[in-house]
Design a binder for this molecule. Sequence first.
Ligand code: DAT
Ligand code: MG
Length: 151
Amino acid sequence: AQMERTFIAIKPDGVQRGLISEIVSRFERKGFKLVGIKIIVPPKDFAQKHYHDLKDRPFFNGLCNFLSSGPVLAMVWEGEGVIRYGRKLIGSTDPQNSEPGSIRADLAVVVGRNIIHGSDGLETAKDEIKLWFKPEELVNYTSNAEKWIYG
Ligand code: DAT
Ligand code: MG
């Protein structure tokens, strides 16, 4: 299996609504492997770094204020195709357009409170993991289930 890693974060709305275990459970049951996790309140300038691609959008300031308004559960998940499939599990940016069964469709209503972030490609995944985690905060291990998940 050609393993890759993605950055997934439960935003302050998801944490405050008690959705951590529900969301972690969906990635875990799929067969992806958790290799990093921590809870932090990101400072505003950190939120601005995380969302730097969106700095010219009208909602940028509100978005960064919101991300830094409370605890965020930051995670790194590993697995075959985890970047692209993680986005599928999450659903479209606007929960109103998300496929039923996806996290945002099932658990959120509006785009400004869509509860979860996921890297959108290989390069952003690398950048976001580097921004949020020190190398020593990521764990390399073999899951006992791996041979049953990948054959
Ligand atoms: P995604 O989180 O699906 O990768 P994105 O990178 O385009 O979406 O935008 C980042 C976040 O910004 C998104 O999760 C919610 C917020 N956002 C995006 N479009 C918005 C809009 N039109 N109005 C308000 N917030 C928006
Ligand atoms: Mg994005």
